[in-house]
Design a protein around this ligand. Structure first.
Ligand SMILES: Nc1ncnc2c1ncn2[C@@H]1O[C@H](COP(=O)(O)OP(=O)(O)OP(=O)(O)O)[C@@H](O)[C@H]1O
Ligand SMILES: [Mg+2]
Length: 168
């Protein structure tokens, strides 16, 4: 397991961070986004979409639970899921996300406790609002795909301490 921590000082900064992270992603990757209401999960996903070069816009879906954003650069598509209204893992299964999984990067907002079953390799990203309005971001990389902490070197600009690359 690899862990990494950083600080996102504003929404544009969070989008820039998302773009840097998005540029690292490959088909078959799974990201589980956690954090309270308004933590910045959709904002981060907007950045991911920019970094991946998929067609937007990335919005906060009211009725739509999953949206597919095709690539504009011959890369993987982005499947953006908002699991907030899902009743449980059976409803997540009903979305049939695994039919696209290997050709897509799958990002699940509110995915904690639900989306882990989609892939044994995944990034679990938790956004925590600070009292000054910025967001702390904690990433746990689970599985062989994320075992190399050097993967996160391009994110160094956002590191908030000297101990981000611990491997346990
Ligand atoms: N790193 C950040 N620093 C400051 N403001 C931010 C940051 N990230 C997002 N915001 C702002 O927080 C608000 C909520 O963002 P966003 O909709 O992305 O959150 P969310 O976690 O997706 O919310 P929900 O729980 O409703 O899905 C927006 O106004 C956005 O501009
Ligand atoms: Mg959202």
């Amino acid at each position: 397991m690899t862990s990494w921590r950083g600080l996102l000082s504003s929404a544009p900064d969070a989008q820039a961070f998302g773009a840097a992270l998005g540029a690292l992603l490959e088909a078959g990757d799974l990201l589980v986004l956690n954090g309270p209401l308004g933590a910045g999960k959709t904002t981060l996903t907007q950045g991911l979409a920019g970094g991946m070069g998929v067609r937007g816009p990335i919005t906060s879906p009211t009725f739509v639970i999953a949206r597919v954003h095709p690539s504009l650069v011959d890369g993987p598509k982005l499947v953006h899921v908002d699991a907030y209204r899902l009743g449980g893992s059976a409803e997540l299964d009903d979305l049939d996300l695994d039919t696209e999984f290997e050709q897509a990067v799958t990002v699940v907002e509110w995915g904690a406790g639900l989306a882990e079953s989609l892939g044994e390799n995944r990034l679990e990203i938790t956004l925590s609002p600070s009292s000054d309005g910025s967001r702390q971001v904690a990433i746990v990389g689970v599985g062989q795909r994320w075992v190399d902490a050097d993967t996160f070197v391009p994110l160094a600009r956002w590191c908030d301490s000297g101990e981000e690359h611990d491997i346990s």
